[in-house]
Write a protein that binds this ligand. Sequence first.
Ligand SMILES: Cc1cc2nc3c(=O)[nH]c(=O)nc-3n(C[C@H](O)[C@H](O)[C@H](O)COP(=O)(O)OP(=O)(O)OC[C@H]3O[C@@H](n4cnc5c(N)ncnc54)[C@H](O)[C@@H]3O)c2cc1C
Length: 452
Amino acid sequence: MDFEFSYKTRSEDIEKIRNSDCDVLVIGGGITGAGVANILASNGVSVVLVEKGDFASGTSSGSSKLIHGGLRYLAQGEIMEVRGLLKERDYLTANTDIVKPMDFHILVDQYSWKKGTLKFGLFLYNLLSGKFSIPKFTGNKGLYPESVEGFFQYQDSYTDDSLLVISNIVTSKMHGGICLNYVEAEDFEETDEGIIVTLEDKISRDKFTIEPSVIINAAGPWAGVLSEKLGLDLEQGLKLSKGVHLVLPASKVPVKNAIAFRSHIDKRQMFVIPRGEVVHIGTTDTFTDSPDDFGVTEDDIDYVLKSVSQLFPSVNREDVITSYSGIRPLFGEGKDPGSVTRDFELRQKGQVLSILGGKITNYRTASRDAASMVASMLRKHLRVKGLPVLEYTRPDLGIPERIEYEIQHECPLFPEDILRRREAARIYSLDMGKSMEPVVKEKALETGMVKR
Ligand SMILES: Cc1cc2nc3c(=O)[nH]c(=O)nc-3n(C[C@H](O)[C@H](O)[C@H](O)COP(=O)(O)OP(=O)(O)OC[C@H]3O[C@@H](n4cnc5c(N)ncnc54)[C@H](O)[C@@H]3O)c2cc1C
């Protein structure tokens, strides 16, 4: 591939947009911002995306990484939402390399939904994705503790959430979009001509301005903070909920398929998800007041461990390799986080469009709806049907060559950007990426990404 997207092009791009104007400024480089920046650039719109940290450093690297319809949402009566999510799941699974099918066992025990309810729910779940099949119950057969009566098997999909974001960002760049990590939208000044936005390069601490025709607030859990700065009122407001996952060695939780079960503590739906050498177990779902409340507490760890010990009694605190968390940006009513819709909503006021709520699974729908609104705001015709498409795929290379490729095509600025999000070795490998550190450091120095 002969294009470059690196720390070098980042500096050139900053010079290009310094104190200039553009059609659309997207604030937030998570899945929501990345998807819409991909569509807009593919249409030749002059789009600038800014992300205050690394791309995907917010919620979009802290998810369960499932591309799914959400069986649980059926119980809440969100049938149309589930149908839309399943359509997206099936599209992404069939058309991309980074979304793959995964088998699940949903367990039947004293804490689960009743066997008949589960059977009907799964039947409906399959039907909503266009498949007519009667779910088959299988007895425990010694796979799980005696308290488990058995399970139904079904299929959903999984992905690498940060790579999905980065692939959209790189596709946007390939079409002429400008995507800048470590650049924060700091200040907004309303003038007669429109809003002047002050951006800060978090690396050089240099500040400059941009005058966009349209601003997209795709700041995920920070959308409320941004709305306040923009003088917007989100009425019922954004609700934030923290979700924590634990990472354990696959040898301690030896499963071939993912498991969906309900915690004996509060009957919340949880997952055990195999990811190669490790398994991810989660998640918690607790309201928080701050989008920066990423900390994983001992209570969070305790809850997940106690919940999973009903299936794997020998698992204990020493088995936890690491943990990760994310803050769900939820937009809707609900007394507890689990009851708030996972659907997205668009709000437009003046030249600002906010994308609120949503899931990774339906990012394409949210991006298309947002791009259609941008089209009417800019009074331009934009093609949205069938978009966004991922035109960037990382070639299959050995570790050193792959890391060099990432440095030249995926714009990491620090070794940690590679270890956490390009490779995600911090949460996918038994040694949390330690064995990869020397080669990442070497390549970072060799390519000039990091100075000696
Ligand atoms: C524990 C957990 C599990 C989940 N599991 C799933 C799942 O399995 N499947 C699924 O489909 N969904 C799942 N979700 C939901 C999904 O992860 C989120 O809905 C999605 O990632 C939100 O993306 P976003 O782009 O809106 O937000 P983010 O990814 O948080 O992106 C917003 C970005 O905006 C940036 N930003 C904020 N303010 C500024 C500023 N002033 N200037 C520049 N940049 C700024 C932030 O740094 C951030 O990176 C899960 C969520 C959680 C928390």
